[in-house]
Design a protein around this ligand. Sequence first.
Ligand code: DAT
Ligand code: MG
Length: 137
Amino acid sequence: PAPERTLVLVKPDGVARGLVGEVISRLEAKGLRLVAAELRTLTRDVAEEHYGEHRERPFFGSLVDFITGGPLLALVVEGPRAVEAFRALAGATDPVTAAPGTIRGDLGLEVQENIVHGSDSPESAAREIGLFFPGLG
Ligand code: DAT
Ligand code: MG
């Protein structure tokens, strides 16, 4: 298949816990290739746009507080079926039920502090990469 790109975030909890190397090791070991990387603290505007699909959910305010609460590592990674490949590495949203062997399943316990984000479709990836790295593509 043609190479595909996805946006990966090591969220503020993952950066604070020193899990950046662990996440990058896992995605590089899988065969995904780094295209861009930047440590940054999100503004509320960018966070609200990134998570716009969840605007009406009860956890939205808490989610925005959390994701803007410290530096995160934004990555663009590339590879065959990169969107699906990284979602498989990340595991289910709730780390308690995420399969062991996945990033969330091995390293987390809280649904909000679930270490990583990965775009959920090629369309979401294009939108999110444009938001985080407007100079790419
Ligand atoms: P994912 O990150 O697996 O794509 P999502 O898009 O449904 O999951 O939700 C985005 C983030 O919002 C998720 O990583 C953690 C948080 N979240 C989701 N469901 C939640 C809930 N029920 N309570 C608190 N936070 C939640
Ligand atoms: Mg999502």
